[in-house]
Design a binder for this molecule. Structure first.
Ligand code: ADP
Ligand code: ZN
Ligand code: ZN
Length: 744
């Protein structure tokens, strides 16, 4: 077999493919996307390249590929193959996740305080679409876009080195609105020079000890077993993780621990460093430059770093002799990838742990309904349940109060704050204690509507209401970024009764400033958290400057500890109940529990006020009581009745393209094929336009299937996909997603 290899070099004249023979011994290891070393020209040293195509023959007289540059283990290749089938994508998409990111290049010491970094300006889906459908004609532009898609925040020199394209290409893409240049302050890693004192482990309490011992047994017996540590915040889950990791390290093995990206705060990492020291730990997160990511990867490969802490994709880190996998906050939706490959990291972790005969430990205060179901099956639970019922440091749970907003309205209070919440904020400001006001954004952004005829301003490309941004006094589309001036006169009926609807964070901030003119506030939402201004910086400011009130969306609920926060107000708990998703109750319960966990974590007593129009809703009631078990019982019964996960998988097949007729025809053809094959095995619904039926001028249709995604059903979908692709689709992209986070 012959491989087409692209040489990794900055020499522009070499930006084409070269054919190489694949020696027999390497045949099993070389796929499209594999990094290889090849002899090149008269150079003594081997050159690095990527295999971009494989074919049967060549017209040239070719040399052999000398070595695999990044020697993926056969196990990894097998995992990639499994993933490609399971998540309906190319093997190379999966291999990419397992390869060492980039190549270490001599990084010039950066003296400046700022650097120019490059980000995508359009969303990933859109870019994928334009690449796949040949909309972007230039191969170099495609290359740069593909690279940025995986490495947002790269610098121009990095792009030049890794893609072998010049900065002119980058500039063209910026000019054409695909990329944007963001000037960034260089944030020195705060942990680099900090002397972190060593801490000793605690003696585990009774419940912790039981949990620890069970997992320890699986480690000792080299046995796969999946555990769920279910315990409220502060019940000592992390302490158990730390001690398990210590045990595994002492056995000479390594450990992977996944946490949601947003929880990878310096405080969290500090806790690990204080126990194990810096040298043994590798941290993988999205803010690392490619060079830094590469270095961490190499430290892992060379077995210098044995403890790997990272977000979702860290599950693919090349850990040597892995001894345990831990997944904290296992209910978090970030463990499911929403772009190709659309994998669920928990599933991949379980596959790896099974193969390596090691335990997989999940932890949460509000387990995923699916996980808890598997852990409480009466016959042969697939997951071993370990409960922690007490707070390890004896801190108190906050008092939670529910306020009925209907009642407030009846009493003539039309403001966003109930009387109770108003009084408590006032008092908190006096006491110099801090308050967090939480507003769940989804479905609650501000839009404009004509009260006379009901006209709303919608984005022409995307068919969704445009959102009012008070600060700039503009309407913006949250899907494609289109902007438009605010209308004062209704274009439909000419009336001037145009009003703003919904409750945004900006509006809340204005109201707070009016009601508490002497207070200090800080806001955190998608407008204030930008590529320049991180989530981390805003939270640090809130804490360090003792700002009175933090106003924010779900972003505020994770990560940091705020010792001085004693009051948390949820402005409208209903917003997450009204989302078009079968997980609405689960999300509401999780969010409320997490928000409540922000109040009074240390010595000061905390209070939480939940405002709602549905005070009797069970997810709100059970969140008030902090009773997950009660919530679970009701929710799981509903799921069973309505046939939702865990009783069924929701398989969403999406068709997107700029040609509406083609999109529609293809989805109907697919439906006919699927229906024949799936007949009695699944419930399959007719193709329909998606709830948002147009995004950036791409028409969107979908087919929803309810069934259990076992091997048989998986094969049927893969086969159908293969057949449909033979139809030579010109501009329709198809994807399949199982239990996606977003149903839009
Ligand atoms: P979780 O991960 O469940 O939120 P942590 O492990 O962070 O809980 O524990 C909460 C607090 O209790 C931490 O400050 C931790 O140091 C402390 N802690 C944990 N286990 C013990 C123990 N066995 N004895 C005393 N303090 C403990
Ligand atoms: Zn009107
Ligand atoms: Zn739009």
């Amino acid at each position: 077999m012959i491989a087409e290899v692209i040489i990794n070099t900055t020499a522009r004249s070499l930006n084409k493919t070269f054919d190489y023979n694949i020696p027999k011994k390497l045949e099993d290891f070389i796929y499209i996307g594999t990094k290889v070393l090849v002899p090149f020209g008269r150079k003594k040293q081997l050159e690095e390249g990527y295999v971009i195509n494989i074919k049967e023959k060549t017209e040239y007289d070719v040399k052999d590929i000398a070595e695999l540059g990044d020697r993926l283990e056969l196990e990894q290749i097998e995992l990639a193959k499994w993933m490609a089938k399971r998540y309906f994508c190319n093997i190379s998409d999966c291999i990419k996740l397992m390869q060492t990111p980039g190549t270490r290049t001599k990084q010039n010491k950066i003296q400046d305080k700022t650097i120019n970094t490059i980000y995508l300006k359009k969303d990933k889906e859109q870019i994928e679409y334009e690449i796949e459908t040949g909309n972007i004609k230039s191969e170099k532009q495609r290359k740069v876009l593909r690279f940025i898609k995986d490495n947002e925040g790269a610098t121009i020199p990095e792009i030049e080195i890794f893609t072998d394209c010049s900065r002119a290409i980058v500039n063209t893409l910026i000019k054409n609105d695909y990329l944007e240049l963001v000037e960034k302050k260089i944030e020195r890693n705060p942990l680099i020079n900090k002397n972190i004192p060593k801490t000793e482990k605690y003696e585990l309490n009774k419940e912790q000890k039981i949990a620890y011992t069970k997992i320890e047994k699986a480690i000792d017996e080299n046995r796969y077993e999946q555990f769920l540590i279910y315990g409220i915040t502060g019940s000592g889950k992390t302490e158990i993780y730390l001690q398990l990791i210590e045990k595994v390290i002492n056995n000479g093995k390594s450990a992977i621990m996944l946490v949601p990206e947003i929880s990878l705060t310096p405080q969290m990492i500090e806790r690990f460093i204080s126990r194990f020291g810096k040298e043994k730990i590798a941290v993988l997160h999205s803010k690392l430059s490619i060079g830094e990511r590469h270095d961490e990867w190499i430290r892992i490969k060379e077995n210098k770093a044995k403890i790997i802490i990272g977000a979702r994709s860290a599950i693919f880190a090349p850990a040597k002799d892995l001894g345990i996998i831990l997944i904290d906050e296992e209910h978090d939706s970030s463990y499911k990838s929403e772009s190709t490959p659309r994998y669920q990291a928990k599933e991949v972790a379980s596959k790896i742990a099974l193969k390596k005969h090691i335990p997989l430990v999940l932890g949460s205060a509000t387990p995923d309904i699916n996980t808890y179901y598997q852990a409480t099956l009466e016959e042969k639970p697939k997951i071993t349940l370990l409960k922690l019922t007490k707070r390890a440091n004896k801190a108190h749970l906050p008092k939670i109060q529910i306020i009925d907003l209907k009642q407030e309205l009846a009493n003539g209070n039309h403001s966003m704050l109930s009387n109770e919440l108003y009084k408590d904020i006032e008092e908190n400001i006096k006491k110099k204690q801090q308050t967090i006001l939480f507003l769940n954004r989804r479905g609650y952004s501000t839009f404009i509507m004509c009260r006379n005829c009901g006209y709303t301003v919608k984005c022409k490309n995307c068919n969704v209401s445009m959102t009012y941004h008070g600060y700039e006094n503009k309407l913006k589309c949250h899907y494609c970024g289109a902007e438009q001036k605010v209308v004062k006169i209704c274009p439909e009926c000419g009336s001037d009764k145009i009003r703003y609807f919904g409750t945004g964070t900006q509006k809340l901030e204005q109201e707070i400033k009016k009601q508490f003119p002497n207070s200090t506030t800080i806001r955190m939402d998608i407008d204030t958290v930008t590529k320049k201004n991180s989530h981390e910086q805003i939270l640090n400011k809130f804490k360090n400057e003792n700002i009175d009130i933090l106003i924010g969306t779900q972003m505020v609920v994770k990560g940091h500890h705020f010792p001085n926060v004693t009051l948390v107000g949820v402005i409208a708990a209903d917003s997450s109940l009204n989302i078009d998703d079968y997980r609405a109750n689960e999300r509401t319960f999780q969010i409320l529990t997490q928000v409540a966990g922000r109040a009074g974590r240390e010595k000061l007593e905390g209070k939480v006020i939940i405002q709602t129009y549905n005070p009797d809703n069970f997810s709100i009631r059970t969140a008030q009581k902090q009773n997950y078990d009660e919530f679970y019982k009701i929710e799981v019964a509903l799921r069973k009745q309505l046939k939702y996960p865990p009783f069924c998988d929701i398989i969403v097949m999406r068709f997107e393209g700029t040609n509406e007729t083609e999109v529609k025809t293809i989805s109907l053809q697919t439906y006919t094929k699927l229906k024949q094959e799936l007949q009695n095995k699944c419930t399959i619904f007719k193709p329909m336009p998606a709830p948002i039926d147009k995004i950036q001028n791409r028409y969107r249709w979908r087919i929803i299937t309810k069934g259990i995604m076992d091997d048989e059903i998986n094969n049927i979908f893969n086969e159908t996909l293969k057949q449909i692709y033979t139809l030579n689709l010109k501009n329709t992209k198809i994807s399949i997603d199982v239990n996606p986070n977003n149903m839009i």
